[in-house]
Structure formats: C-alpha cells, structure tokens
Design a protein around this ligand. Structure first.
Ligand SMILES: Nc1ncnc2c1ncn2[C@@H]1O[C@H](COP(=O)(O)OP(=O)(O)OP(=O)(O)O)[C@@H](O)[C@H]1O
Ligand code: SF4
Length: 272
C-alpha cells in the first residue's frame, strides 16, 4: 500500500525500464497501455523520461495542456471515454521539442512531484515510462518510485543488448533497488514487411528467452520492427486515432500476448 494519496485508487503500477535510450521503451509503454485499454481496463501513463519526453507525440497529444487543480495536475485524456490518460513533462515544456538538461537533485525533485501530484483517480493500471539508464542518478529516481509501491518492472531490451552486458546491468539494477522484474520484452527482434506483413528475424532470435531463463525472470515476448506502427503514430494528426486504430496493427496481437503474461502473474491489487 502506498502512502501517496493520489495513488490510492490505482490498482497496479508497472514501471517500464531500459538500460539505455533508443531501444523502444516509450513505444512499448504506449502499446502496453493501448492493449490494456483494449482489454477493458482504465489506464494512466506517466512519462518521467525527462531527457526526452516522447509520450505526448506517441499518443497524438502534442500541444495539449495540463490543468492544475487544487488537488494537483489533471492528466490529459485521449478522448471523452476517459479510458486512457497521460501525464508528461512534455506538456509543461514551453518548447515542446526540447528535452530537459536538469541534473541530479532537480530531476529527482521533479520525479517526486510527478509521482505525488497527479490526480489519477480510479485506475486499473498506471504505467511509468522511466529515464533509460542504471547510473547513481537512476538509483535516486528509483528510490522516489519505490514510494509509489509499484508492482514491478517490465524491462525493454533489443537483441543487440542481450548479446552485450547491458541487459544484465539492467537486471542487476532492479535487484539492487528492489524492483520485482515482471518480465523482459525483446524489441526490434525482426522486421515486419510493410507489403506482405511477413516477419523476418534480422538478428538471431531466442536470446531474450535464454536470458530470462538464465536470470529466472519471465520472458514476455519478442516485438519486431513494424514500420506501419510508426506510420500509424505519425498519421494520427489531431484526431487521436491511435486507440481506435491500434487493434488493426500487426503488433497488437503480440502485445495482447505480453499483457496476458502479465495478467497470468495475478499481481495483487495495491489497495485491499
Ligand atoms: N517495434 C518497433 N517497430 C517500429 N518502430 C519502433 C519499434 N520500437 C521502437 N520504434 C521506433 O523507434 C523510435 C525510438 O523508440 P522509442 O522512443 O520508443 O525509444 P526509447 O527507448 O523510449 O528511447 P528514449 O528512451 O531515448 O526516449 C521511435 O520512433 C519508435 O516509433
Ligand atoms: S517480405 Fe515479401 S513483400 Fe516484403 S520485401 Fe520480402 S518478398 Fe517482398
């Protein structure tokens, strides 16, 4: 149970982590959120990747404003059905293309405020897209996140990282800070042809599964590169069609398999 009142009605908190940038952490966070909503859950997404807040763009919400109420910040809802809402530093930056170069304590203080001061209301799942890395600064951020009593972390990696020490570093980071590893997602594991939807394994496959077995953590799935997903994100315009169109995407059935593996863990609801 969290001691943070704004999170009292949030049943599950899942962190999304990666050892380094560019592996597709935000894209995985986005698709986990869409899959959970498609399964009928109410979902919030918190973007604390302060060096490159990309979730407003992913969800087609760039340019939207966050409102402050007496209880805290009101997240941005993707549509009137209020099944999916997002909070990101990207909504607060004056120049939305900018990333933030704050270091150390200022960043940690911002994360603390984000964790405590967003009015999430009643949510089935809150996904937190975290800054990539495993440095001392990330350890301080992890300490802030622990105040939220998360269920655990989904680790995003790529076949190249599996071949190197990066993902082991990430797994050790979770052990060190005390995050339960809910599983590993291997992103960019192959390529979906935009013409015939055939999936080709560009890299040697099966590394994620081997690694998960070796570290005794669940393997959640391999996600190929799908150029049509990027087109879908980029063509949303201001109509925010991602939620509606995502079920037609080739990646949606893969993410359905990933969330099913998370449900199968029967995570206890945070508040009794
Ligand atoms: N499976 C995929 N298929 C197609 N495109 C992908 C896939 N995964 C990621 N991408 C694309 O790669 C780019 C980088 O992905 P993303 O922003 O999710 O990475 P990230 O790990 O969150 O990076 P950072 O932490 O540095 O912000 C994005 O344009 C995204 O759309
Ligand atoms: S996967 Fe099929 S359609 Fe795509 S490039 Fe290869 S042969 Fe052509």
């Amino acid at each position: 149970m969290s001691e943070i009142p704004s999170l009292n009605q949030v049943k599950h908190i899942l962190l999304v982590l990666s050892g380094k940038g560019g592996v597709g952490k935000s894209s995985v966070t986005t698709q986990l959120a869409l899959s959970l909503v498609n399964d009928g859950y109410k979902v919030g997404v918190l973007d604390i990747d302060l060096t490159g807040p990309s979730l407003p763009r992913m969800f087609g919400l760039e340019g939207r404003n966050v409102h402050q109420s007496t209880a805290g910040w009101i997240p941005v809802y993707t549509d009137d059905t209020k099944r999916l809402c997002v909070m990101s530093l990207g909504f607060l930056l004056p120049d939305r293309g900018n990333s933030v170069v704050w270091r150390g304590p200022k960043k940690t203080a911002m994360v603390r405020q984000f964790v405590k001061d967003v009015v999430w209301g009643d949510l089935d799942y809150l996904l937190i897209d975290t800054p990539p890395g495993t440095s001392d600064e990330h350890i301080s951020i992890a300490e802030e996140l622990k105040q939220a009593s998360p269920d655990g972390a989904v680790l995003v990696t790529t076949p190249q990282d599996i071949a190197t020490a990066d993902v082991r570093k990430e797994l050790n980071f979770c052990r060190k800070v005390g995050f339960k590893v809910l599983g590993v997602v291997e992103n960019m594991s192959g390529y979906v042809c935009p013409h015939c939807s055939e999936c080709t394994n560009v890299f040697s496959s099966g590394g994620g599964q081997t690694l998960a077995t070796q570290f005794d953590v669940p393997f959640l799935g391999s996600v190929p590169i799908d150029p049509t997903f990027v087109t879908l994100v980029e063509s949303q315009g201001s109509e925010h069609k991602l939620l509606e169109k995502y079920p037609e995407s080739a990646l949606s059935s893969i993410f359905k398999g990933i969330v099913d593996k998370i449900y199968a863990q029967n995570l206890p609801v945070r508040q009794a």
